[in-house]
Design a binder for this molecule. Structure first.
Ligand SMILES: C[S@@+](CC[C@H](N)C(=O)[O-])C[C@H]1O[C@@H](n2cnc3c(N)ncnc32)[C@H](O)[C@@H]1O
Length: 195
């Protein structure tokens, strides 16, 4: 990664951490992925040569910038969904400052409204980092969008395991999915849609 972008991401991570320690309203927290999760996601994208990447939960764009830098080398594109307009604006500025805006399309609406409009089997990698109580209700849509051989990555699978009980149980009951829990950052659950 380019040193300037690396420094920018370091500053953004610091901002997120300080901000989240100071504010009390959850909607004002950035809730970014941990800094060690960024390179992990980047390697997933690059090693699988993913081109069509969907992120649910942009916040101020910290994780999106990691994903965008990765698709720079695969010739791909990120679509990222966020329903909080205040965070969407911050993310837009951060994408411009990081010079990755050309790789990103921002969707400003609740994910549950957008997902049904997407084509089946169209996405290589989905990064799910949003409102965990909704994941179980979204699972069928997410699997519909994912191409066979595509990957669904779920953040907070260790840090908020209890909130993912229903989702996990549905995943385990669904045929043709391989899973692996990676203990990095807040815990990344990998769900692979079998070919
Ligand atoms: C954990 S934060 C995302 C952090 C971001 N991925 C990062 O690492 O920088 C979750 C975000 O999901 C957004 N969100 C929650 N429910 C949503 C929904 N139904 N549709 C779209 N965005 C949603 C919240 O506003 C919040 O900004």
């Amino acid at each position: 990664m380019d040193q300037t972008l690396h420094k920018f991401l370091e500053e953004l991570a610091k901002f997120g951490k300080t901000n989240d320690q100071q504010v009390t309203q959850r909607s004002e927290r950035m809730l970014n992925i941990t800094p060690d999760t960024g390179p992990f996601l980047s390697i997933l994208i690059k090693s699988t040569k993913a081109k069509d990447v969907l992120e649910i939960g942009t916040s101020n764009g910290y994780s999106t910038i990691w994903l965008a830098d990765a698709v720079r080398s695969t010739g791909g594109h990120i679509t990222t969904i966020e329903m909080n307009p205040w965070k969407v604006d911050q993310a837009r500025l951060n994408f411009q400052q990081a010079s990755v805006d050309e790789f990103i399309t921002q969707i400003v609406t609740p994910a549950e409204n957008y997902l049904p409009t997407c084509s089946s089997n169209s996405i290589d990698v989905i990064f799910l980092d949003s409102e965990r109580s909704q994941y179980a209700g979204w699972l069928n849509q997410l699997l519909r969008l994912l191409r066979p051989g595509g990957l669904l990555v779920v953040d907070n699978a260790v840090s908020h395991e209890a909130e993912l009980t229903e989702f996990m149980s549905l995943v385990q009951q669904t045929p043709d999915l391989d899973t692996s829990l990676v203990p990095i950052g807040n815990g990344e659950l990998l769900i692979w849609k079998c070919i």
